[in-house]
Write a protein that binds this ligand. Sequence first.
Ligand SMILES: [Zn+2]
Length: 314
Amino acid sequence: MASAKRAVEDAGKQFGLQIGAMGVAYGEVDGYLVQLTPGIDARQPNVVVQLLFDVAGRDQVLIKNSIAADPAVQGADFAAKRLQIVADRATYTQPANFVGSFSGDKLRDLTRALVAAMKNAAPPPPVKCEHCETTESVPPRLVNGAVTRVCEPCIAKLRAAAQAAQAAYDAQPTRLGLAILAAAGTAILGGLVWAGIGIATGSMYAMVGIGAGLLVGFATLAAAGKGNLIVQGITFVATVSSALLGQIFWGAFYFDQAFKEEGLDTDWGQFVQLIPRLLWKSGGDTVFALACGVIGAAMAVGITKRQTVEMKVD
Ligand SMILES: [Zn+2]
């Protein structure tokens, strides 16, 4: 009975693996690079077991079939559908047991069985730097959350490249004018959809507010060229306004209808003056629309955040 993180730590220690960022255990087992990753999704906890092998001249389907047919693997609570072989990496996703926990010993047995089965399927990966292929001092490392072998000089080069990419991103100008136009345009469009669906169905749907947030977020990001605090602010204001606009457009439809029924020309000047009262009077609806707008805005703000180029090495 253990959490995914604890089981990974337990199993990892039994193999002499190192524990890196986010509780990932990584290292070498019988020549194979191994990584045990505790799932961070709390609703569907899992542990992902990964093995790296030498793929040269080998077929992934044959490797998968060979592992799936191995008696040791079959004895270790194995299901072939949870095994994926992509490029030089075998990935096995172990779900939690029915009470949502894990056993370090079972995880160790599973990993050991997978390594033993892999021995019959494909040889271990060559001991060399992933980038420059040097064979000098290339211990297993966790780079951006994935186990690999990289030499020190290459790590320094990759770090410098990441810093340069970040500097270039930050130096790139933000197209603020275009961003504001895109945000305003998509906010109005979102408001029209909100009103249209309201008029057609008589109801308000949170999904529309969220959809407007996604629309405003992606359009504004594309127009701005990059994300940052200012772009996030623009999308936040636009998305919340979008939901309020939806309520106003909705009211405008009925206002217009009332005039038409009387055979009169709609007095839009009067409508504009009525807007505050319209929003105030339909208090609960306005609050709901605002809440949907804020949820949508949270999505939009997430989309337009400043991008970071990082290189994390354990
Ligand atoms: Zn290198």
